[in-house]
Design a protein around this ligand. Sequence first.
Ligand code: ZN
Length: 125
Amino acid sequence: MPYCPKCQFEYLPEVQRCPDCGAALVSALPPQVRPDTRGIEDVLLCTVGGEMEAAVLRGRLKDEGIPSRAQLSDVTPLIGVPVMSLPAQEVKVFVKRRDLARARMVCDAAARGDLRDPGQNLDSS
Ligand SMILES: [Zn+2]
């Protein structure tokens, strides 16, 4: 089926020019029209309770060779609520989609405290 390389619409075989933009149709979209970006977009790994936690988690991710990105949550102060009563600012940690499965394991291990005290991690087997 012919495609318009500009509009990326599919047309009937007898159509030779795109009715929308007038471009000559191609039999298939060239590969560069749809770059393969799967796996490299940022996805949310988890939300932690502060910048310190985010730094610790990101350090562990880095140890595993997983690049990450931290982003402060947008906290809109409520009018009339004292600043001191606001919860600690949350930090969202993002990783690349292709790293998500491994990053989850790092995140889970950190949440369980497995990495906190290696001295107690005595496996008799
Ligand atoms: Zn077109």
